[in-house]
Design a protein around this ligand. Sequence first.
Ligand code: NAD
Ligand code: IPM
Ligand code: MN
Length: 365
Amino acid sequence: CRAHKIVVLPGDGIGPEIADVALRVLTSAGRAEGEEFAFEEGLIGGAALDGAGVPCPEATLEACRRSDAVLLPAVGGYKWDNVDPVLRPERGLLTLRAGLEVFANLRPAVVLPQLAGASSLKSEIVTGVDIMIVRELVGGIYFGEPRGFRTNENGEKVGYNTMIYSEKEVERIARVGFDMARKRNKRLCSVGKSNVLEVSMLWMEVVSRIGEEYADVELTHMYIDNAAMQLLRNPKSFDTILTGNIFGDILSDEAAMITGSLGVLPSASISNTGPGIFEPVHGSAPDIAGQDLANPIAMVLSAAMMCRYGLNIPKVAERMENAIALVLDQGYRTGDIMSDGMTQVGCKQLGDLIQEQVEAPVGVG
Ligand code: NAD
Ligand code: IPM
Ligand code: MN
């Protein structure tokens, strides 16, 4: 069988450090299961701006289109905080997402039993939490036109964006949400601001209509402000959450603190046709970059999501997930999830430990 063609875009900040771990673990897990990967590296974000003059070069887009899947750790950093908005590293990521039309972003927030104590919430509140956030990723206020800066009638500078969704855009993400809920506990909570925003009124109307095709899934609607609160009050009340681009961005970082750290949350950005982008929920963490302090787990779990959702090799995904659980069982932690009695290690060493476990025969640990 041929090698899976993976484009790796290390990006900025901690990106290269966690990419290195993910590729090693992936290669070993693949070898153990008889799967091979061919990696091709490309430029994105600040690294692309510095190296090619734009944050998402055409060559990167082309390579991604030809690939089976894309691994993307993170982009952004202080160095580029004041460049022209269209050249920002983050805009490069958005261009890539739009270019590959990865409209569905799956962000699981699962509390690993070993990390229940690492959450800032009481462990009885978070133990057993298993939420899937389905976030629309290539529309909404991130992409709506018109956008920009202008001068108003008082001569003041104003900045503006447009939050807009069409029926078709809501329909396709709603189906992903319902299909996901159907495979899980059959409860879908659609989140918006339909008491104020027309865009959310349309969202709610379309989601309800699609819901008629999914009689076995229980659909509820919640306002975003209440959802943000309920997520902390009783996270176990949620199964699958369906929401738009910006609300999903915010709720997924919030969900990270339920699970203990942003450093353990993976995501899959998928389309209906082409390759997906597999990216952690966290950013480039410039405050800890280059110091071997980053937690590589979110990146390794994103590579596992790639195996499951992008390449259809779930055995490789399981191997990686099991290896992480074993290393956590043994008490190894990076600084962000460190607690009493555990052994603190760096990014590279945690990667070595996971790689060792991934190579072990199944059932032996
Ligand atoms: P961030 O997620 O990079 O960091 C937030 C905090 O979490 C920091 O204290 C950081 O050290 C910590 N953290 C994040 N990932 C970690 C990991 N793997 N291990 C240990 N600690 C981790 O968010 P930010 O600081 O708001 O943004 C930094 C830059 O990243 C900005 O340029 C932002 O635009 C960008 N960003 C990129 C992405 C992406 O590429 N998908 C996502 C979010 C933010
Ligand atoms: C994320 C990030 C991105 C987003 C930024 C960097 C464009 O915060 O993946 O969550 O807002 O989608
Ligand atoms: Mn985010």
